[in-house]
Design a binder for this molecule. Structure first.
Ligand code: SF4
Length: 252
């Protein structure tokens, strides 16, 4: 049986898709974005966390059946307000076997969404996509070298998966964490907007401006927060590149 590691389950979430949702945070991510505000979601498997002097284990194993039973306790609430479940992380596609089984069990019962970096083998991405109602995918940097520099991985797979997503006809939202001096320049935003121009299933682009509280949890997992950019400078908000291509935008 494929089990999965979850580091948080947040009920009544309102920024992770339509309606009132439960957000399930899957533990483990192959990326290392220097601005990541969930460092406890990066390492695969359980780890020790120290919060206000109290030690706890971050990461709980679930079987798909146990997780689904827990999620379906709110089924009536989801149905009442067109909500559902959103799988986030960490990178949920990094536990694809577990995720697919959970999605199979939820299919036809509640609306399902994913928040993903898009970094996964193409077959994995296609398989998971087939089970979802909505995809929220990050596009952080279009330039491959800069993507590697700031996230630790190439964006080649991500851009291929974005093409698959656009071609799938599935509803999707693109999320751009706006990081000062990293990806908030006109050239990057213009290149991102050009990739999305005319995409049928695109509902909107959501911008998530960097906030310096992003580093708060690093000491809890025994790590130093060293993002490598000036955290005092507010990011540049520039929706023009998108709006001139008739792409709806939203700032979260
Ligand atoms: S992809 Fe998300 S979870 Fe992974 S390191 Fe980047 S910000 Fe953190």
């Amino acid at each position: 049986m494929t089990s999965g590691t979850v580091f948080s389950i947040e009920e009544f979430a309102v920024h992770d898709g339509p309606g009132i949702r439960t957000a399930v945070f899957l533990k483990g991510c192959p990326l290392r974005c220097t601005w990541c505000h969930n460092p406890e979601g990066q390492k695969f498997g359980s780890e020790l966390m120290v919060k206000k002097g109290e030690q706890s284990i971050c990461g709980t194993e679930y079987t798909p059946e146990d997780l689904v039973a827990k999620l379906l306790r709110n089924e009536a609430i989801f149905k009442m307000n067109s909500g559902g479940v959103t799988f986030t992380g960490g990178e949920p596609l990094a536990q694809a076997g577990f995720l697919v089984r959970v999605l199979e069990l939820l299919e036809g019962r509640i609306h399902t969404a994913i928040e993903t970096s898009g970094f996964a083998p193409e077959e994995t991405f296609r398989e998971v996509l087939g089970h979802l109602d909505l995809v929220m995918m990050d596009v952080k940097l279009v330039d491959q070298e800069r993507h590697r520099q700031w996230t630790g991985v190439s964006n080649a797979l991500i851009l291929r998966n974005l093409e698959t997503l656009i071609g799938s006809g599935k509803h999707f939202i693109i999320r751009i964490p706006l990081i000062p001096g990293v990806n908030d320049d006109k050239a990057n935003l213009e290149a991102t907007a050009a990739l999305l121009e005319g995409a049928q299933g695109l509902q909107r682009v959501e911008f998530l401006p960097y906030h310096k509280t992003a580093g708060a949890k690093y000491p809890m997992v025994g790590r130093e927060y060293a993002p490598g950019f000036d955290t005092e400078v507010p990011p540049r908000l520039d929706v023009e590149q998108f709006e001139k291509r008739n792409i709806k935008t939203m700032i979260l």
